[in-house]
Unconditional design. Sequence first.
Length: 495
Amino acid sequence: MAHHHVTSHDIPVNGEHLDASKIAKYKTFALAVLLIGGLASCYLLFFTGNKSWTATYSYSWVFALFYFFTIAVGGCFWTLLHNVSNSGWGTSVRRTMENLGSVFPWLSIFAIPLLCPSVQQYLFEWMNLHRASIDSANAHGANISAMSMITDWLGGAWNWVVNGGKFLSWALTGTGEFVPSAHEQEVATALHHDHQHLLYNKHWFMNLPFWYFRNIMFFVALGYAIVRLRKLSTMQDTDPNPGTVHYFKARRASAAFLPILALTVTFAAFDWVKGLDYKWFSTMYGVYIFAGCAINSMAVIIISVTLLKRAGYLKNVVSPEHFHIKGKLLFAFTVFWAYVTFSQYFLIWYANITEETIYFIKRNTGSWNVGSTCLTIFHFVIPFVVLLQQWLKKKPLLLSSVAVYMLLVHILDIYIAVIPERGFSLGNIQIKDGFDGVKEFGKVSASIAGAWMGDILAFVTIGAGFIFFYLRSFTQHALYPHRDPRILESANLSN
């Protein structure tokens, strides 16, 4: 329970605002690291002239981007869940959830390299095959360009929006079947003739125009969602008659935005990570990534609220009871992550289908099996035992220590999801420039010597950008919705 009963007299009229000068040096440092790391990253991705460096660093960039992507998406998830579930306890920490989610639109800056063919060629084999098929079709007089495909695809999407005549660039017949456009028929035919039958069957989803559309739209759609919800929340701080109008608007909007969140997590997981090996598939992969999003983001929320309380803020509205609930949520999603991860592994192992087992074969080659074993112990067994303790979840510093630990072990989770593809993929594209003791990438290897330095550079660069935008969000508005009608209910929480 709270130390004393909180009344309206304990809530400042204008709310609590973070003194920007207290975090100015941290923002400046993060910005400096971002700029320096960004320049180095641009050089490695676009201007080095050494294909080996660009190829290895492209995977480093995906790893770092996706890790921080999961944290920001998790902030959006907790904001949406708070609103949809009519949560009272979370009102005191809702602004922290919104601030974390507000970083998501800014991550689109770091996703720009993934839109560039010069980077894509090292990451996504299926794109190389598609472009080769376009060239093959053009050689037979098809006259297809990537831009004409995108224009045709977007035109079809617009027609569908206007009159329901088309779905994406595929015409809908009277029988309910989808017929591809002329451009897509040419590409699909070329894929079929090139004996890329598996990619041919996935062409409805794995085609360049649709991929670009998905990657742009999930930043636009979910970015709009979190900006809209945060605006409704902050408008309540200055409205002369706040009442419940803003809350009900946010609740209705959140119900509509939840499917967007689900599609964003799933598409990003498929397009950025699972797409690194287009032959592999798993129906549980999106849920597996979502579980990690929830863990990562709740860990950041716990750490953020603890630091704010230590700095003298939120003392009247956040009590050990709030940390208890956040600790229980962290525990719940740790168990959920283990359940989904094991279920995915067990079903794939039991079915023993080549296209499915390849994912785990790669991660049991070389020393990667050590990382997978460590993931089981450190990502589930240890936090499961620790978070079972009720008393610990009510101790902000101890719970924050567990949260830091979860962020660290989740780095390993995302690292194992992305990086093992690097050695095998680069072996497929036959790059032979040499890199840090490796004479040629034509020899398929489970890992690439020296590539870990690029992993650290990418992680620090994007991490610095994440921290900069996150800190910036705390100085823009009050630290909690002090005029929300349920703030006293939250401040006097007992569970």
